[in-house]
Every structure is written in structure tokens, then in C-alpha cells.
Design a protein around this ligand. Structure first.
Ligand code: BG6
Ligand code: MG
Length: 215
């Protein structure tokens, strides 16, 4: 194999490794409906990669009334409880096609693997999927001050992996996530639709098409 241009690959979780992006959508949809706020797949696209309170703010921007800080916290908690119910029965069968193979390919090439998810449920999801040990470093979202599209979470992953951001490939399904990778000075591999992930250096439909030559 020719020498790889990367030293680490840093993956997003929701929508890349597993389809939890759909569960986030379902949980936000129920919450938005309960508040009579418009919400559909198109609005949801703009929420991908955005942290819990940031997502709630975006949803409530469409509300006819205003909400106190305490009311917002209660709504966020309600959404999270529903989300946690939805992920309760997840198993390794919920890994997206190619996810395990992509992680193995990265390690076989001698590169480090990182996970950069702003989800405070990420460790739970990784454990349900049985892949926590596949990562050399997992960023704990509880210690990240600024969510995507801020580069903080990808820079933290690179720093903990001991790799220069310029030597990292970031893998993301969200517009905000791709923006965070680019702001961190990394190459960005989008997973999804090239018409949506326009800032990515390359886009694949899913990890089953992952190669280290992808971008
Ligand atoms: C991101 C998802 O990974 O995590 C967002 O793309 C989600 O949709 C965010 O809102 C926060 O997740 P959680 O589990 O902390 O509410
Ligand atoms: Mg995602």
C-alpha cells in the first residue's frame, strides 16, 4: 500500500457509524409536534451535528410563544428521555454497512482512530454497538464548550491522538460537522449527498464505500 497521507481518521457517530440521526429526528419531531412548531426532514437537516440545546433553540425559533430557560431545559430533557428509549434496544446489528470494515481498514493502515460526537449519549451508543475499543480516543462531549461548526471537538480529538490536524481526515454526515472539520484544518470526507455536503473534499454515500484514497 502506498504511504497514506493521513495519520488519523476522526469519525462522527450519529449518521455515519449508525443511524441514530433518524432517532434524533423522531425524538425532535415528537417534541416539535407537542409544541405545535413546524418540523420536517428539511429543518432536521440543519440540526444534524448541532448539540442538544442548540437544536432546541433552532426548533423553538419557529414557535409562536417564548420559553423560559427552565422550560427549555425541561423540553430538552423530555426529548432526551424519548431518544434514550429509542436507542435502548440497539445492538451491533445497528452498525451501518461498512462501519466495522472502515474502522479496521484505518487501523490496519497504521493510523489512529478518533470519535468526535457532540452527543452526550455517544458512550452509551458505542457500548450498545460494541465498538468503543475500536477508537484510540473518544471526545467526551461533556467537556466541549462549543459545538459544531466550531472546530473545537475535532481539534481536541487530534490533540489527544497526538496528530497534527493537517494530518487528519474527518468523516461527517452533517453540514455543520463538515464545516467544523474544515475549520480545524483537516480534510473532510462527507457521508451522504454531495449536493448537501458542498464543503466536503469528497463525498461517499456510506462507509461501505470508504477507502483511504477517498479524498
Ligand atoms: C449529534 C447529532 O451527534 O448529537 C444531533 O447529530 C444531536 O442531532 C447531538 O442533537 C446531541 O446529542 P445528544 O445525545 O447529546 O442530545
Ligand atoms: Mg452526524
Amino acid at each position: 500500500m502506498p504511504e497514506c497521507r493521513y495519520k488519523a481518521v476522526i469519525f462522527d457517530l450519529d449518521g455515519v457509524i449508525t443511524d441514530t440521526a433518524h432517532y434524533h429526528y423522531l425524538a425532535w419531531k415528537r417534541l416539535a409536534d407537542s409544541q405545535g412548531v413546524p418540523f420536517d426532514q428539511q429543518i432536521n437537516e440543519g440540526l444534524k451535528g448541532i448539540d442538544r440545546m442548540g437544536s432546541l433553540e433552532l426548533i423553538l425559533a419557529g414557535a409562536a410563544r417564548s420559553y423560559s430557560a427552565a422550560a427549555k431545559l425541561a423540553l430538552a430533557e423530555q426529548k432526551n428521555l424519548h431518544y434514550q428509549q429509542l436507542i435502548e434496544d440497539m445492538t451491533a446489528a445497528d452498525l451501518l454497512p461498512g462501519a466495522v470494515e472502515a474502522l479496521a481498514l484505518v487501523r490496519a493502515a497504521g493510523l489512529k482512530t478518533g470519535l468526535a460526537s457532540v452527543s452526550k449519549n455517544a458512550f452509551t451508543v458505542l457500548d450498545r454497538l460494541g465498538i468503543r475499543a475500536s477508537f484510540d480516543y473518544v471526545v467526551d462531549a461533556a467537556y466541549i464548550a462549543r459545538g459544531k461548526p466550531d472546530p473545537e471537538i475535532f481539534l481536541k480529538a487530534a490533540s489527544e491522538l497526538g496528530v497534527d490536524p493537517a494530518d487528519c481526515l474527518g468523516v461527517e454526515d452533517a453540514v455543520a460537522g463538515v464545516a467544523a472539520i474544515k475549520a480545524a484544518g483537516m480534510r473532510a470526507l462527507g457521508v451522504g449527498d454531495p449536493a448537501v455536503l458542498t464543503q466536503a473534499d469528497a463525498v461517499i454515500p456510506g462507509l461501505d464505500r470508504f477507502t483511504l484514497a477517498a479524498c
